[in-house]
Ligand binder design. Structure first.
Ligand code: 3PG
Length: 394
């Protein structure tokens, strides 16, 4: 892909696809991470004299104008993060948008209204893409986290304008390439989360690429049960046992070592701070459920870190949002941060829950790279082609 190093943007109108799909509660933005990580690209473009026209989706308005899903608050937040004036226009194509772009001077920044207010966005309608393309001379995509969508503003418009990766897109792609594309070995992956069924493709792809695959979260229960262990009342997917055994067999065939928990923290009920016990995975009481990986398992993982060169992490080890079932995830996150700080380990993490868990553990800034993407990070780990990335590579 071509980066911003290969284009002269001075005086040009640049359509920048951002991901301003930020978390909002009661009309207030609760996390500015995506806006902060986008700001270097905007600053660079503006400082180089581009007329910066920012477009993005927000939420899922399904082709209708939904006032609560306006990007106006994100434009204001962007202005505050940048410390610069950021203009806003109440449409993303058509006369109003065109006139607002015409008024821009080099260095000015304009945010367009939510692209998903138009049905053409998600349909990747060529006419809507053409409406976006009309606003600019070049297209820069900085929305890796939306690159798994083949929409007009992520894919369609890139066919109509000279297209480049923004700095955040570039950083995401370089980090993922170093983690799984051509990693320094040995490379391990930690995969957690509730269900094997939602991460099947991920597990299948990772088994073929990594030396060690650590499985945690409730999906580990399914694997333990598939091995014939009694997991009591634990969350697990009985219809996935055969699939889990297939994954174990495939791993063995290709020399990928799968690490499952050897002990677990169990409780009779899933709630905050109930009475808990730590047991071997061979001795889970029938009336109890596994809610976190146990300390012996975590200690074994931590002991393995110095032998690794690369680590990819997606999904928490336990029910980390409910104390004390955050203990394993927090302990491992802190150990990964320390191994990374020492300079021996390249650590890359991503996915919505994983990012919350790393923030909760206080190490969000201490890994080599934390992706700003959720679904797109997962699809990349699954080995899928992301349409928004592929079109930049053409
Ligand atoms: C995300 O937040 O993962 C992206 O912005 C994509 O949003 P979507 O799932 O609504 O397409």
């Amino acid at each position: 892909f071509r980066t911003l190093d290969t284009v002269d943007v001075a005086g040009k109108r640049v359509l920048l696809r951002a991901d301003l799909n930020v978390p909002v509660r009661d009309g207030k933005i609760t996390d500015l991470t995506r806006i902060e990580r986008l700001s270097p690209t905007i600053r660079e473009l503006a400082d180089k004299g581009a007329k910066v026209v920012v477009c993005s989706h927000f939420d899922r308005p399904k082709g209708k104008r939904v006032p609560e899903m306006s990007l106006a608050p994100m434009a204001a937040a962007l202005g505050e993060v940048l410390g610069r004036r950021v203009r806003f226009v109440e449409d993303c194509t058509g006369t109003a948008a065109e006139q607002a772009v015409d008024l821009l001077a080099p260095g000015d920044i304009l945010v367009l209204e939510n692209t998903r207010f138009h049905a053409g966005e998600e349909k990747n309608d060529p006419a809507f893409s053409a409406g976006l393309a009309k606003l600019a001379d070049i297209f820069v995509n900085d929305a890796f986290s939306a690159a798994h969508r083949a929409h007009a503003s992520t894919e369609g418009v890139a066919h109509l304008l000279p297209s480049y990766a923004g700095r955040l897109m570039q950083a995401e792609l370089e980090a993922l390439e170093s983690a799984l594309g051509s990693p320094v070995r040995p490379v391990a992956a930690i995969v957690g989360g509730a269900k094997v069924s939602t991460k099947l493709e991920l597990l299948g792809n990772l088994v073929a690429k990594v030396n060690v695959l650590v499985i945690g979260g409730a999906m580990a229960n399914t694997f333990l049960a598939a091995q014939g262990k009694d997991v009591g009342k634990s969350l697990q997917e009985a219809d996935m046992h055969a699939t889990a055994r297939d994954i174990l067999a495939k791993a063995e065939a290709v020399g990928c070592s799968i690490v499952l928990p050897i002990d677990a923290v169990v409780a009779a009920e899933f709630k905050a701070n109930p009475p808990t016990e730590t047991v071997s995975v061979d001795a889970v009481p029938g009336n109890m459920m596994i809610l976190d990986v146990g300390p012996a398992s975590v200690a074994a993982l931590i002991r393995q870190l110095p032998s690794l060169k690369t680590l990819v992490w997606n999904g928490p080890l336990g029910a980390f949002e409910t104390p004390p079932f955050d203990a394993a995830t927090v302990a491992l996150a802190q150990a990964v941060a320390e191994a990374t700080r020492k300079g021996d380990l390249r650590s890359v993490a991503g996915g919505g829950d994983t990012v919350s868990a790393l923030r909760h553990a206080g190490v969000i800034d201490q890994l080599s790279y934390v992706s700003s993407a959720g679904g797109a990070f997962l699809e990349w780990l699954e080995g899928k082609t992301l349409p928004g990335v592929a079109v930049l590579e053409d």
